[in-house]
Ligand binder design. Structure first.
Ligand code: GLY
Length: 384
């Protein structure tokens, strides 16, 4: 991590700006983290553009707060822009919206070598990134994540895609952005539920490999949820550094990147059961999923006794669900849940791979987990 003055315009910014590099050879890029960065996007991305024009992809909620400052900033740097405003929500990560977006991009006269801007949360970043991966067989894109979840996870690392009716994120491509601009001021407009959902992914970095960070979160979560900018910025920095390290070591998830899926196999199955909507946000599903992964780890005697209770206790203390019975929709039965878990991209020959833990900060990849163990566990977990 370094405090950057290399990117155009950063020196003039109020407040500190941190730049976390993602080292991927010719596809390397920077994550800029700081307050008010949306208003400096023009200067930040100008060096990345082949010609001074771009297309902005956003949603109705985000547009209300952030579209005008973004457009002003682009115009101020002499960059022309077209904009498409999509419906907010997970349902937008669909084939229908992908088709509409691709046709719209082509209609703007976009060319190979151009670069689009994804302004929004994980849904917009994943969808716009996937469109950028396939339109004209690949154009550039810049991520401007406006949710905590997108700032610490989905905007970094090049996973792009849409949902299938058979499961979450099952159609997609690895396509790295040219740069990520995380404006911490954007978090001020987030609903508390969205902030908590993003926090689940922050906590994930502690649970996977950084017990000291998890301890810091236990001590500082209240500050973070009260909007303390210093605490938020620190947590985003640590999270992005962790993600950048993992992605640089294993860009296409041939190995260790799978650790970032802690809680996701359980979580994605619950999201599918909830219908991918407002009933269960992705981060909420990850929170329950991580707590379940720790309970399963303890149950199978691989994890320190007491770790699961500490994890659940912390997640619950910030208002996140930690057990399936906290969820306000009809839970699937154990067999149905197992079938949903099998749709996971980590499954091999129909066998489940789970991310388990020996302790807080000590996650590991467990391939070939026996169905019978998972079913017994689900029978207990899904009892209401
Ligand atoms: N969200 C998990 C990953 O990027 O690998």
């Amino acid at each position: 991590m370094s405090t950057s003055s290399a990117a155009a315009g950063l020196d003039a910014l109020p407040g500190a700006v941190t730049t976390v590099p993602v080292a991927l050879g010719s596809r390397s890029y920077d994550i800029h983290i700081g307050e008010g960065l949306i208003g400096r996007t023009g200067d930040l991305i100008k060096p990345l553009l082949r010609r001074p024009r771009t297309a902005i992809v956003t949603d109705e909620n985000v547009a209300r707060h952030h579209l005008e400052p973004l457009r002003d900033s682009l115009a101020g740097a002499g960059i022309a822009s077209d904009t498409i405003v999509l419906a907010p929500g997970e349902a937008t990560k669909s084939f229908a919206d992908l088709a509409r977006l691709c046709d719209w991009l082509l209609g703007t006269g976009i060319e190979r070598g151009d670069c689009i801007v994804a302004l929004g949360g994980g849904v917009i970043g994943d969808l716009a990134g996937f469109a950028a991966a396939v339109v004209l067989r690949g154009i550039g894109f810049v991520q401007i994540p406006t949710t905590l979840l997108a700032q610490v996870d989905s905007s970094v690392g090049g996973k792009t895609g849409i949902n299938s009716s058979l499961g979450k994120n099952l159609i997609g491509a690895f396509h790295q952005p040219l740069c990520v601009i995380a404006d911490t001021a954007a978090l001020a407009t987030l609903a508390p539920r969205e902030l908590a959902a993003g926090y689940a992914e922050v906590a994930k970095y502690g649970l996977i490999g950084d017990a000291a960070f998890f301890a810091w979160l236990e001590d500082n979560a209240a500050r973070l949820f009260a909007g303390d900018r210093e605490a938020l910025t620190y947590a985003i920095n640590v999270s992005c550094q962790a993600k950048a390290r993992v992605v640089a070591a294993d860009e296409t998830e041939a190995g260790a990147r799978a650790l970032l899926n802690l809680g996701h196999t359980f979580g994605h199955a619950l999201e599918a059961a909830a219908g991918f909507g407002e009933k269960l946000l992705h981060g909420e599903a990850v929170a329950v999923g991580m707590a379940m992964a720790f309970r399963f780890s303890e149950r199978t005697d691989v994890c320190r006794a007491g770790a699961a209770a500490e994890v659940s206790g912390h997640l619950a203390s910030v208002g996140l669900p930690a057990v399936p019975r906290d969820l306000a929709f009809d839970l699937p039965g154990p067999e149905q849940m197992l079938a949903l878990m099998r749709k996971d991209k980590k499954a091999r020959d129909g066998r489940l791979t789970l991310i388990l833990a020996r302790d807080i900060g000590e996650a590991f990849i467990a391939p070939d987990v026996a169905d019978s163990h998972v079913l017994d566990f689900l029978r207990e977990e899904l009892r209401r």
